[in-house]
Design a protein around this ligand. Structure first.
Ligand code: AMP
Length: 286
């Protein structure tokens, strides 16, 4: 397996690939089964697969968990090698931001997509994501890139970036991979240290599932606020000590704009802190 932290060497090998279908799987490492499914899917749809591993400082706010974010590069490279990944890109900050973060040209997604949901609590986060993703696209020049539906707002923003800036990369979405209990797999789950914290994290999917069940059981599209309140009072009782909801919102699946009704075109998104760990999840109303 080719592992590059340097852009020049990577470009040389990339240039030698005459194949049509190069698929990029961008990650922040601490690879789990969710990432592995993205990689296996990339291998199905592509001839060459590149995994990038970079904890991007540009997308973390000053009081966020940049330093606490799990870093397990040795194990990550093992996983990539066992899966038969063709190339891994492991840049450091100096390689991607040689002149620092202050004086950088950045990609700013439209406020209509970043002012709500995670964007409301993480100012600048999606500009950081969009900037690093465009840089990775320019460095690696993939034909396709795979993103998880777990990060629904990120996926929509990347689709918009590619469309608005005519980036010649096809964006592929991959469904959320969950534990047997329904918890969306996430690198941050490693920081859930007690059984109580894990149990509290598992209530998020129970909450989303109950909302979907109540919506599907209604004859007409129900008022979102009523259903959210009912599901929250049924499911979240007892976990309040560990779980602090940040938002629980219903939005249009395409535009991410708020929807007062739960209809088959909507999605419910949730973000919460379990102890100090920030978790997100979402579910489609179908
Ligand atoms: P991250 O390393 O958390 O930045 O994630 C890298 C990519 O993997 C992103 O496109 C995520 O949406 C995706 N991903 C992370 N967790 C999951 C999961 N549980 N199911 C599906 N995709 C995921």
């Amino acid at each position: 397996m080719n592992v590059f932290s340097d852009i020049t060497e990577l470009r040389q090998l990339r240039k030698s690939w005459k194949t049509e279908r190069v698929v990029l799987v961008p990650t922040m490492g601490a690879l789990h089964e969710g990432h592995q499914q993205l990689i296996r899917h990339a291998q199905k749809i592509g001839d060459k697969v590149v995994v990038s591993i970079f904890v991007n400082p540009l997308q973390f706010g000053p009081h966020e968990d940049l330093n606490a974010y799990p870093r397990t590069q040795h194990a990550d490279l093992r996983i990539c090698s066992d899966l038969g990944v063709d190339m891994v890109f492991t840049p450091d900050n100096q390689t991607l931001y040689p002149e620092g973060l202050e004086n950088l040209t950045t990609v700013v997604p439209p406020a209509s997509m970043t002012k709500q949901l995670c964007g409301a609590y993480r100012p600048g986060h999606f500009a950081g994501v969009a900037t690093v993703v465009l840089k990775l696209f320019n460095i690696i020049q993939p034909t396709m890139a795979i993103f998880g539906e777990k990060d629904a707002q990120q996926l929509s923003i990347i689709r918009k970036l590619v469309k608005d800036l005519n980036v010649p990369v096809e964006i592929i979405a991959y469904p959320t991979v969950r534990s047997a209990e329904g918890l969306a797999l996430s690198s941050r789950n490693q920081n859930l240290k007690t059984p109580e914290a894990i149990a509290a994290a598992q209530t998020l999917f129970k909450l989303l599932s109950r909302i979907r069940e109540l919506a599907q059981g209604s004859v007409e599209a129900p008022e979102a606020a009523t259903i959210l309140e009912q599901a929250a009072s049924e499911i979240l009782n007892g976990s309040a000590h560990h779980l602090k909801l940040q938002y629980l919102e219903v939005v249009d699946r395409q535009t991410l704009q708020p929807s007062p009704k739960l209809t088959p075109n909507t999605k419910v998104l949730v973000a919460a802190h379990v102890d100090n760990v920030r978790l997100i999840d979402n579910i489609d109303i179908v």
